[in-house]
Design a protein around this ligand. Structure first.
Ligand code: NAD
Ligand code: 13P
Length: 360
């Protein structure tokens, strides 16, 4: 069988890290994958030079992953269609607010037999519907899509500190056969790095996706209580309530999502804990509570062009739950949104806890 050609769509902090992992694996498995990997870069100028030129000449993404050398078989290009059209496996990895536009550009321009993996953490909310991003990719491009999500702070993995992840991938309905198609084993071979990135493949796409999306909002809340100097007990309380709301959201709106995934897989509680310990959302939340500055200002000041997805996801989840008349079941998710909007101060968190405490 012909080796699979892999393309990475996105080159931010996580996009570049995942592209590095993939290029290391394609380099070691030429019988299974085409060695050269193309990565789409949203072009920008860095002190008079194009970011794509810098990545290709210096093998470093100096803006989004500074200090990490990238494999020579990884190539940056600003042309989305040139990257995506010839690919057999499309790995999506952009902040989710940019996904819809990218999919519009790709519609009808990719291989009908291509398979996709979404490394994004977020949801697609439109009016009263809430869709997984992998479902959005499947529907827009008419291709099969799996999900990679886990306790994965990109800067640590880029430096090859050991961690694990969850990939949810099921055999597609139009499966063509072991040697002509992407199997869960192909996917494992593409992402697993024995020394530092352990891949666990499961089938629960909804569970893996929801954990990644909702923990971004909860990490902001843990940031708030840290910014107020309330100590570690408060953080534990927020994580506990956050996990409860994640599981309830899954049961209510994605009945196929397994509680086991949200609690015992890397994409569940592990990612929640990791993100609440030191992720960008946590840091942004901490700074908001400590300074009283607006969320977008803090994001711009702290992250140098990177995104804290929880800010958008909090608003999207609020809009969705509001359309369902279901705000009261999610006091933490809703409180985070109201604090971000400036309608409540972070000090009000205990009020919402008081409303949720049942006598059992
Ligand atoms: P990032 O936060 O570093 O965002 C910057 C990227 O957005 C850059 O590549 C930039 O070029 C791009 N961008 C800016 N404006 C754009 C536009 N108009 N159109 C398209 N792209 C534009 O991105 P990231 O860290 O790679 O995150 C991608 C996804 O991975 C997110 O869903 C995130 O939640 C998830 N994730 C991130 C991490 C992490 O540690 N960084 C870990 C796991 C998952
Ligand atoms: P942040 O986007 O908050 O940095 O979280 C990254 C992540 O998803 C870790 O698993």
């Amino acid at each position: 069988a012909e080796p699979f050609r892999v393309a990475v769509i996105g080159s931010g902090n996580w996009g570049t890290t995942v592209a590095k992992i993939i290029a290391e694996n394609t380099n070691e498995r030429p019988e299974e994958f085409v060695r050269d990997v193309n990565m789409w870069v949203y072009e920008e100028d860095i002190e008079g030079r194009k970011l794509t030129d810098i990545i290709n000449e210096e093998h470093e993404n100096v803006k989004y992953l500074p200090g990490v050398k990238l494999p020579k078989n990884l190539h940056a290009t600003p042309d989305l269609l040139a990257v995506a059209s010839p690919a057999d496996i499309l790995v999506f990895n952009v902040p989710h607010q940019f996904l819809s536009r990218i999919l519009q550009q790709l519609k009808g321009k990719i291989k009908p037999t291509a398979r996709a993996i979404s490394c994004l953490k977020g949801l697609n909310v439109e009016k009263n519907s809430c869709q997984l991003l992998s479902t959005q990719i499947e529907n827009e491009l008419n291709i099969h899509c799996g999900v990679l999500s886990g306790a994965n702070l990109a800067p640590e993995i880029a430096r090859e500190c050991w961690s694990e992840t969850t990939i949810a991938y099921v055999k597609p309905k139009d499966y063509r056969g072991k040697y002509d198609d992407v199997t869960p084993f192909t996917i494992k071979h593409l992402f697993h790095r024995p020394a530092y990135f352990h891949v666990q493949v499961i089938e629960d796409i909804a569970g893996a996706s929801l954990g990644g999306a909702l923990k971004n909002v909860i990490a902001l809340a843990v940031g708030f209580v840290d910014g107020l100097n309330w100590g570690d007990n408060a953080k534990g309380a927020i994580i506990r309530l956050g996990l409860r709301e994640m599981i309830h959201f899954g049961h209510t709106y994605f009945p196929g999502a397994k509680s086991y995934t949200l609690t015992c897989e890397s994409a569940g509680a592990a990612d929640l804990i990791t993100s609440c310990a030191g992720g960008r959302n946590f840091k942004v939340g901490r700074e908001i509570a400590a300074t009283g500055k607006p969320a977008e200002q803090v994001e711009a000041e702290l992250l140098n062009g990177q995104s804290a997805q929880g800010i958008i996801t909090a608003a999207e989840v609020y809009e969705f739950l509001s359309s369902k008349g279901d705000l009261n079941s999610y006091p933490l998710l809703i409180t985070v949104y109201l604090i971000l909007k400036g309608e409540r101060s972070a000090e009000c968190i205990p009020e919402y806890f008081n409303k949720t405490e049942d006598v059992k």
